[in-house]
Design a protein around this ligand. Sequence first.
Ligand code: GTP
Ligand code: MG
Length: 196
Amino acid sequence: VNYRSASFLTSVPDASLAPGDNGAEVAFAGRSNAGKSSALNALTDQKALARTSKTPGRTQQINFFLLSSGHRLVDLPGYGYAKVPQAMKDKWQRNMAEYLQSRTSLRGLVMLMDCRHPLTEYDQQMLRWCADVDLPVHVLLTKADKLKRGPAANSLLAVRKRLPEFHPHASVQLFSSLKKTGVDEARRMLDSWLTE
Ligand code: GTP
Ligand code: MG
């Protein structure tokens, strides 16, 4: 799969307006500010395909990107941002649950977690949702450039050990959009989901 070929397809406020549910796609989820949009840019080797921001809550719609192979990459709105009103959080929760449960073309979920604060309550909930609907999950421990090698390796081992509490077969790796570490490993995971 040629990830560099990604181009913007469409942006929708909720799952009911998503493009045709055919072929195969992989979605990116995680806490607000975890680095979802940055990871999408790193994986597609593009500077501004997905909009990134220092302000949490930047991505509020579901953004679809199309690859030359016909596969789609999906940037989901971040969760867990404290300043968002409760009504919007509830709406987000219904939206995501609907998308994860109903989307037949969804082959797997890439979950992004800041390697310094992994497995928050929200992350655990998301992992359980995915386990409930038998959706494979691959965790990217992002911003690995912010930790020295030892602490980064410890974070990886700790998360790998705890994941089975929430999801029976989720995998995990270190990732840095800034240094482009883990890009090939993540692309191999996407390949396995999209082309199996
Ligand atoms: P929302 O759309 O708000 O949910 O956020 P997001 O998860 O898409 O995060 P985004 O990619 O916009 O990144 C948030 C902030 O983290 C930005 O200031 C990025 O520059 C920074 N960031 C993302 N990835 C990395 C990384 O690998 N290393 C470092 N040092 N900073 C990163
Ligand atoms: Mg974003």
